[in-house]
Design a protein around this ligand. Structure first.
Ligand code: 5AD
Ligand code: FES
Length: 332
């Protein structure tokens, strides 16, 4: 019943009459395979400097209107320390594709954070096999790099000067090196088809992704896609629910982009297949500058406030906060 073909997936994505059934099936599969615990990951957006020109992203190098920043090595480590003191068991380091943070710098930061006894996830874009290998040797546990879309034509339109095959190469290298690998897609990119979303879901299964993050596209005013429609919250939720049903025991975040489109978006996602939330743990001075898309949530909040807020919301739906690092549960 849970082995959907591509045609089944397309039918479900196109038909909104059975959404309640779909979300509740995903919730059941989530409960059965990963339980009621929610894993919180403390997110540090440590640089918004980026050499890429992704058409949808506010951090693209051609956006001259945003104020760029890099957090110093010592401050990154102190945000991680504070995250661990607040109870986070995973720290996620995310940035634009910023060459300043080369393998040497990253490896120093990774080793210092690993001394804090937390799991460490990196989300810093496309690197060489050797750099990934060095990150792993320094102690990094996981790596996030969304495929964004498996439609190669659309991928290449959305990502000038980037190569779809290199993206795949990154995912393969990370798997080979023993990282837990996270990927995912945007939902609602211009010209994206429901058929390609079905292929995205099958791709997550084919590469045996350990984590999958899915979010609606939200147009940013200082990008070439500024006049496009935003993606549908419900469609993004459906792609996420189907991913849970097919991949079963993986980790799936309730993404911030979902909450940007729906004030209760993360809780709805947690009740439709998700089991992870990634609150920001930097102070507010950086949050508004990491403007991938507009109206990001919590940009004026401080780390302790977000932690308490999300804990209360999670408890209010009868779920608990995990005290362990939240690696993927294998073979269950
Ligand atoms: N809307 C929604 N999500 C976006 N991302 C980048 N730009 C946007 C946007 N305009 C997502 C990408 C990237 C992740 C860090 O943020 O999927 O992988
Ligand atoms: Fe930041 Fe609710 S998660 S205030």
């Amino acid at each position: 019943m849970n082995e959907f073909s591509k045609d089944n997936l397309i039918d479900i994505l196109e038909d909104d009459s059975k959404n309640d059934w779909l979300f509740s099936l995903a919730d059941t599969v989530r409960k059965e395979h990963v339980g009621d615990e929610v894993h919180l990951r403390g997110l540090i957006e440590f640089s918004n400097i980026c050499k890429c020109q992704c058409k949808y992203c506010g951090l693209r190098s051609e956006n001259r209107e945003i104020e760029r920043y890099r957090i110093s090595e010592d401050n990154i480590v102190s945000y991680a320390k504070h995250a661990s003191e607040m109870g986070y068991r995973t720290v996620v380091l995310q940035s634009g594709e910023d060459k300043f943070f080369d393998a040497d710098v990253m490896c120093r930061i990774i080793s210092r954070i690993k001394d804090l006894d937390v799991a460490l996830t990196l989300s810093i874009g496309e690197r060489s096999f050797d750099e990934y290998k060095a990150f792993k040797a320094s102690g990094a546990d996981r790596y996030l790099i969304r495929i964004e879309t498996t439609d190669k034509n659309l991928y290449e339109k959305m990502h000038p000067n980037m190569d779809f095959n290199n993206r795949i190469r990154c995912l393969e290298d990370l798997k080979t090196l023993g990282f837990e690998v996270g990927t995912g897609c945007l939902v609602g990119l211009p010209e994206q088809t429901v058929e390609s979303l079905a292929e995205d879901i099958l791709f997550f299964k084919e590469i045996d992704a350990d984590m999958v993050g899915i979010g609606p596209f939200i147009p940013h005013p200082q990008t070439p896609l500024n006049s496009c429609e935003h993606g549908s919250f419900t469609l993004a939720l459906k792609v996420m629910a189907l991913t849970r049903i097919l991949l079963k025991n993986i980790n799936i975040p309730a993404t911030t982009a979902m909450e940007t489109l729906n004030p209760n978006g993360r809780i709805i996602a947690l009740q439709s297949g998700a089991n992870v939330v990634m609150p920001n743990v930097t102070t507010s001075e950086y949050r508004e500058k990491y403007e991938i898309y507009p109206n990001k949530i919590c940009i004026h909040e401080e780390p302790d406030k977000c932690r308490n807020c999300i804990e209360a919301k999670i408890h209010s739906i009868g779920r608990t906060i995990s005290k362990d690092c939240g690696f993927r549960l294998k073979n269950k």
